[in-house]
Design a protein around this ligand. Structure first.
Ligand code: SF4
Length: 372
């Protein structure tokens, strides 16, 4: 059995480290690319979610490199993610790539059943002690990776020499491929963090602050959003995104599975506009946008794939959040036909508008102060 998995930002580093530790054979698909999207689009139903199409492309490219089994997350709830794994299986068989699919999901047996069923499949001789240790290490790495990415967002917006952070971060992603096991990966993360903290900053910079909300895949997978967060950083914008892989694992899989208290501040913030879970991350989208407005952020960017039901609902509610709380919102909808140039023109126009808005507010405050 040779395992593969779909790309989702830095998740390949988490999965790779745990599979290395367990001595399981795997294939990492090439980073998501145009060819993967074309393959996925060719074999998937037209109106299916964009992430599923890119996943299919990842799997086919991994199959061609020798993979025969797919490991991926599953879920239940009101959006289409719940039947992704079935759809993947059918699409791959029809297209002539008969791959086995192992779905990581919490069923009626809770998190214990999830852990035993899945990790025992990939490593049948794994002991009961090794299992929680492996999960613990994977969660820790996922958390450190998200912290590293957020640090890169902060520093990129303030770096004195443009391109330093890109250089460090790209080299990190490349080197991660060559490392083996959680210990080596943890050391690499620590070294990269030190390198990022050593980047010379422009201490006079006062970057715009923008919160990114929306569907999890397009928020995290750089290829699916035309690297929007990195591009915003290069434009001198300080980006924040609360929906991360580690947050999803800790809050939605572990704490929920073990019935532990969860961080549900976003639900409270969203409740005047959206009081129920409608699937995907719609409640996080509204709740986080509200919290960004309350914290004085300059703007919010919502990203989601065409036809994503939960985010379409969130989009319609965001316009009242925008007007009632006075925070500008830009919505970007992505599919395989989206043109990069038009997309970036909209982003640049939005950032120009935020800069002008901040300048006007500064003048207005100055005018009021000179009156008194
Ligand atoms: S959240 Fe949206 S894009 Fe993701 S599976 Fe659900 S409907 Fe599809």
């Amino acid at each position: 059995m040779k395992i593969t998995f779909p790309h989702l930002g830095n998740t390949y580093i988490v999965v790779k480290s745990i599979l290395d530790d367990m001595d399981v054979e795997y294939v990492i698909p090439p980073f998501s690319n145009k060819e993967a999207l074309e393959l996925g689009t060719r074999y998937s139903p037209e109106m299916v979610c964009l992430p599923l199409k890119i996943n299919i492309g990842n799997f086919i490219q991994a199959y061609e490199l020798g993979a025969d089994t797919v490991l991926m997350a599953g879920g239940c709830g009101p959006c289409r993610f719940g039947y992704y794994s079935q759809l993947h299986r059918e699409i791959l068989i029809d297209a002539g790539y008969p791959m086995e699919i192992i779905t990581l999901e919490i069923g009626s047996g809770g998190i214990g059943e999830l852990a035993m069923n899945t990790l025992k499949i990939v490593k049948k001789n794994m002991s009961r002690i090794q299992l929680p240790l492996a999960i613990g290490r994977a969660v820790k790495i996922a958390k450190r990776l998200d912290e590293l990415e957020m640090l890169s967002f902060k520093i990129r917006a303030r770096e004195r020499e443009q391109g330093r952070v890109d250089k460090v971060y790209r080299s990190f992603r490349r080197k991660a491929m060559e490392k083996c096991g959680s210990r080596e990966i943890t050391n690499l993360i620590r070294q990269t963090e030190e390198e990022l903290r050593g980047v010379v900053l422009n201490h006079r910079a006062n970057p715009l602050k923008v919160g990114v909300v929306g569907e999890i895949y397009t928020g995290i997978e750089q290829f699916a959003s035309f690297e929007i967060q990195e591009r915003l950083g290069r434009m001198g914008v300080d980006v924040e995104r609360k929906v991360t892989v580690s947050n999803w694992i800790i809050e939605h899989m572990i704490k929920k599975g073990l019935h532990l208290p969860r961080d549900l501040r976003y639900q409270e913030a969203a409740s005047p506009w959206l009081g129920a879970m409608i699937g995907g991350h719609a409640q996080e989208t509204i709740g986080n946008a509200v919290m960004y407005a309350q914290k004085g952020y300059d703007g919010v960017i919502q990203i989601f794939p065409l036809s994503c039901m939960p985010e379409i609902v969130a989009e319609s509610l965001l316009s009242s959040v925008e007007h009632e709380l006075g925070i500008p919102v830009l919505t970007l909808i992505i599919d395989e036909m989206t043109g990069e140039a038009g997309y970036m023109t909209r982003v640049e126009a939005f950032i120009d508008m935020l800069e002008k808005r901040r300048e006007c507010e500064k003048h207005e405050v100055g005018r009021l102060l000179s009156w008194n």
